[in-house]
Design a protein around this ligand. Structure first.
Ligand code: SF4
Ligand code: ZN
Length: 746
């Protein structure tokens, strides 16, 4: 701990201790040692003292032994600049501070030197505050009685409230106070207020701004002085005893319980006095850090608190975010904040023809989605920006380009998690009523219906969905996400370039790994909401047909969410090497497809091909006359030599059924070594769209060389030389394509 803070905390502890001694002396003289003391209607006595020491104070005279204990706990005052090498002396001083303050507060209840409102839930503090007209009396609630405590405390346990912010002091003005309070409320935190700064108090500022305060709004004005911080800490101690089953006096477990489960922190607003330091030091015992708006010395090294202990000089517009990060609190977004209904029920719904207000992607415009990681300080959680025209700026039936960049940061975030989050966009966006989402990466396709637009849906809401749902479903792996949506073509193309480089980088990680290297493949059933029997088996040499999940991604996804859509599948015995059939895979497939699929080949489209769902990047189909196979990607919208366009191919095979002769696959898979191995491999491919061939040129060429056919890309026909099967046959015959010499497909 910073030496300066340690000495200030110890000085503060001495001051508060002296005050406690004085109050005690006066009270004894006035009331005598047998006078009953305590907080109203509670079975927890003075709860911090009770929780930490096990001492149940019910009579004034019993305070003596705790005062003596405090005297032992507070180290002798240190002069500024004297080194104090350990955190421990300041922590003890902080703990003694809380003991002393609890006794001061209990005596106040005796002599009525602070007037508290009736300790009831229903007091309308806003009305009260307004009529108060500047007078200070009676805004304060004091310690929560056991009725309130049980009702509110259970919310700390069942997750309704992750914790609390103890606000000490006051904001520079009531508008800032209002903003900070709102931000904390949005995070479902309780706000416990005490202390003053420059004659102002945070709770009074809220009343001034017309904010409703009191237990029902979670904005709780405990009292006007710093010593009422004990009502907040005491609340946490009671939660551990009442709901955590922790015995009074078991201080270690009480502190650990709160450190692990109560997401609390102190926001120190204003000049930090010695007394404030002492309270901050006390809070560190429970793992509650202090975030200050003034430039006090920081205590950055981590130890007791999850991260830093004291962070200072934080601007008001960042203070809540900073506190949340420092405390390691995971943001909960309870409801997806959009003007249309949201849920799995709307996932399969289509938006067609006349209903379309706005369309993006689907081959006619560019639509790309990219989730990428950034440094913590670069991200403002929840920020959504739309750069370019939005719904309000266009006429019904418009097509726009679209690029969505989700920038994610987290103390525990790994680059490997990017594709996993990104792949969720599809079903997350689809769950909004009146919004249709197909595809992923650079083949996304979004339609927004007129009905949704009428209800007020805009592109911003797509970002809101991503923010809310990433937090809900994947909060464990990241802390912050901000979303940028671009709709001007130039911007979109720029994102496209960056995203593609990143996709390539992700794809290449799997390069060189073989199916023989591992004994476990992974399943993916993420697409079962659309194609109920569809199961992808993802092996190192067969990436998922959406192109967005390879074996490494599935493995990472399974680590994050062991019960999730990606399960390890033991290969088991290989029953057919040529087609790639494995006993373990087949056992799994039967179960996961509810007996609809009995066995699959990993390496064939002719024999037991894998099922195909609607997100495949490409679909391969047999060209019987050529004794060959063609493949077409989603971006190619013209007729293909098999007599079907991509859309009709997807329509007929993309529902999750096994369709021999057809197979959905990813682009990357085309040049993976096991691609269609059972059917002759890459050498069997006789046609593909020119753009796809160009995109894959280097990899196809390299793979062709490995297979003894260095000119393979030139031998594969495309739409510039052949649009019918006859023309394909003519072309490949002329080029001497290797498929002509292969065994018959049928
Ligand atoms: Fe998973 Fe396959 Fe759907 Fe991709 S296509 S998300 S790998 S089930
Ligand atoms: Zn799918």
């Amino acid at each position: 701990m910073s030496k300066i803070i340690a000495s200030a905390a110890i000085r503060g502890a001495h001051k508060i201790f002296r005050r406690a001694e004085e109050s005690y002396k006066e009270a004894i003289e006035r009331f005598g040692p047998d006078q009953e003391v305590g907080f109203p209607n509670t079975a927890y006595y003075l709860p911090i003292i009770y929780a930490i020491t096990g001492i149940a104070i019910s009579k004034l005279g019993e305070m003596r032994k705790v005062l003596d204990l405090c005297a032992k706990m507070i180290p002798p005052p240190v002069r500024e600049k004297v080194a104090l090498p350990y955190l421990a002396p300041a922590l003890d001083a902080g703990m003694a501070t809380f003991f002393a303050e609890e006794m001061i507060e209990a005596i106040r209840y005796l002599d009525n030197s602070c007037t508290y409102l009736a300790n009831s839930e229903d007091v309308d503090l806003a009305a009260y505050g307004a009529s108060m007209n500047g007078t200070k009396a009676g805004l304060w609630l004091g310690a929560a009685n056991d009725v309130i405590f049980r009702k509110r405390g259970v919310e700390f346990v069942d997750g309704t409230a992750p914790g609390f912010a103890a606000i000490v002091g006051a904001a520079p003005d009531s508008e800032t106070a209002q903003k900070i309070a709102l931000e904390l409320q949005e995070k479902n935190l309780y706000v416990f207020m005490c202390g003053e700064n420059g004659g102002k108090r945070f709770s009074e500022q809220l009343v001034e701004a017309g904010v409703q305060i009191g237990w029902p709004t979670r904005l709780v004005p405990f009292g006007p002085d710093i010593s009422q911080a004990v009502f907040a800490i005491g609340f946490a101690c009671r939660v551990a005893m009442a709901f955590g089953g922790i015995k009074p006096g078991d201080f270690r477990r009480n502190l650990i319980y709160n450190k692990d489960r109560t997401y609390a922190f102190v926001l120190a607003l204003g000049d930090v006095t010695d007394e404030w330091y002492a309270n901050a030091a006390g809070a560190i015992n429970w793992g509650f850090p202090t975030i200050a708006d003034t430039p006090i010395p920081e205590v950055l090294p981590t130890g007791i608190c999850t991260y830093e202990h004291v962070v200072s000089n934080v601007p008001h517009n960042q203070i809540v975010q900073k506190a949340i990060e420092t405390r390691g609190l995971k943001v909960q977004v309870a409801k997806v904040p959009i003007p249309v209904s949201y849920g799995p029920a709307f996932e399969g719904e289509r938006v067609r023809g006349e209903d379309i207000f706005l369309e993006m992607g689907g081959g006619r415009t560019v639509a790309v989605e990219w989730t990428t990681s950034k440094r913590m300080e670069e991200i403002e959680d929840g920020r959504v920006e739309v750069i370019g025209p939005d719904v309000a700026d266009v006429a019904p039936g418009t097509r726009l380009h679209f690029a969505m960049v989700a920038e994610v940061a987290g103390r525990n975030f790994q680059e490997d998690f990017e594709p996993i989050l990104e792949r969720q966009n599809h079903h997350l966006i689809n769950q909004a009523q009146g919004i249709m989402h197909i595809g992923q990466r650079d083949i996304a396709w979004i339609r927004i219906s007129k009905a949704a637009v009428e209800k007020g849906f805009t592109l911003t809401h797509i970002g809101k969905i991503i923010h809310a749902k990433y937090h809900q479903d994947f909060g464990a792996i990241f802390d912050k996400v901000q979303i940028k949506i671009y709709t001007e073509e130039a911007d979109v193309r720029q994102v496209l370039g960056l995203a593609r480089a990143s996709y390539e980088h992700r794809d290449a990680r799997i390069e060189g790994m073989t199916d023989e290297d591992v004994d476990t493949f992974y399943s993916c059933i993420l697409c079962q909401s659309f194609a109920p029997n569809h199961v992808c088996i993802v092996s190192p040499e067969r990436t998922g047909l959406c192109g967005a999940y390879n074996w490494l991604d599935c493995r990472a996804s399974n680590e994050i969410n062991p019960d999730g859509p990606n399960q390890p599948v033991k290969k088991g015995e290989c029953t057919d090497e040529r087609y790639g059939q494995f006993e373990g895979c087949n056992d799994y497939i039967r179960k996961a497809s509810r007996q609809n699929v009995q066995s699959v080949s990993l390496y064939s489209l002719m024999v037991d091909p894998m099922t195909t769902c609607g997100c495949c990047e490409c679909i391969a189909a047999v060209l019987p006359m050529c004794n060959a196979i063609m493949t077409v990607d989603r971006d190619f919208t013209d007729m293909t030599p098999c007599g079907m366009k991509f859309t009709s191919l997807a329509g007929s095979v993309g529902g999750g059924a096994q369709t021999p002769g057809f197979l959905g696959h990813s682009k990357y898979n085309i040049a993976q070594r096991k691609f269609l191995k059972g059917d002759g491999g890459l050498l069997r491919i006789a046609w593909m769209p020119k753009r796809l061939k160009d995109e894959m040129y280097e990899r196809i060429k390299k793979r062709g060389e490995e297979l003894g056919c260095p000119n393979l890309p030139e031998m594969i026909a495309d739409e510039t030389v052949a649009t019918t099967e006859e023309q394909v046959l003519e072309y490949i015959t002329e080029k001497g394509h290797p498929c002509l010499g292969m065994e018959d497909l049928f």
